[in-house]
Every structure is written in C-alpha cells, then in structure tokens.
Write a protein that binds this ligand. Sequence first.
Ligand SMILES: [Cu+2]
Length: 187
Amino acid sequence: MTDQDPVTRRDRRAAERDAAHAAERRQYRTAERARASRNAWLRKIAFGGIVVAVLAVGGALAFGDFFNRPTDGATAGVIDVQSSMAGFTPGEIRVRAGETVTLSWWTKDAAVHLKDGVHTMVSPDLGLNEQLPAESTKRVTWTVPNKPGTYDVWCETCCGGKDAPQMHGTIVVEPASAAIVTGQALG
Ligand SMILES: [Cu+2]
C-alpha cells in the first residue's frame, strides 16, 4: 500500500466539496419550495378568515335584533313580533280562524319616543287593541275570530300612528277548513 498520489487526493477533495455544495443547493431549493407552499397556505387561511369575518359581521348586523331580542323563553307555536320605529317585524303574520295564538311581542324602544310610553297593536276587525310598554316583552294570547281574510293592524302611538304607512302590518286569517284539508293531505 502506498500513499495516494497528492493530485488524486486533491481531486477527491474537490469532488467532495462539489458534492457538498450540490447537496446544500438541493436543501436550499427544497426549503424554498416548502416556504412558498407554506406562504400560499397562509394566504388562503388569511383570505378564508377575512371572508368568515365579513360574513359574521354582516350576519350580526342583519340578525342583531333577532339575537338581542329580550327573550321570554318563547317556544314553538309562539309568534315573535317586534314593534319599532319601522313598524311591525315581521310585517305580516298568518294565523288560522278559530285558533288561539300567543304573540311574544317586544320592543327595545325607549318611552321618550312613544306616545304615552307604549307601542300599540290595533285591529278592530280582529278584536285587537293592545299596549306594549317601552323596552319590554309581553305575551298576548288571542283567539283569532272566525273571519278568514286579510286585515290591517297598526300602531297609533308612534311615528305618525295610523297615518304613517310604515306603522301598519298585515294579519292573514286563513280558513280553518283549509288548514284541516292540508293536514289530511299531509297525512
Ligand atoms: Cu309604535
């Protein structure tokens, strides 16, 4: 065994150095690719987050009244009605002739905006003449007269009262028989 030729040793070291540099470059490229794909991911997540935030804010604005409504533990079969400066929400309710319904009627309006400190719900044809104190919730139990048709209901204690179009709502009384036929059809 003889020592390796110095030239061969130099060549071998040069080759090792090249190989090491090549490996470094490969590692660097791999890391670059990983970082690029991570950044793409983060951009997607950030964009998704913005979309979710926008939807959440929009939803909160749209349904704020709904979620913030003072609850009286309203349950199924109870009709939720809000009175405000915009009138009744919903603007139309449907009931059945002869049935007894419960309205969960509420407002967030302060007394200062309301004549005598109340909103009202007036529909002489339907036997309704109710008062709702400011910032309160009240249950109104009402037996719907057996008079199918479409009726006007209004508030006469704010925002111009009966003369103001926005203070009116609609109550549709559906015939009891139609409801029974529908019920049979649905089995
Ligand atoms: Cu009112």
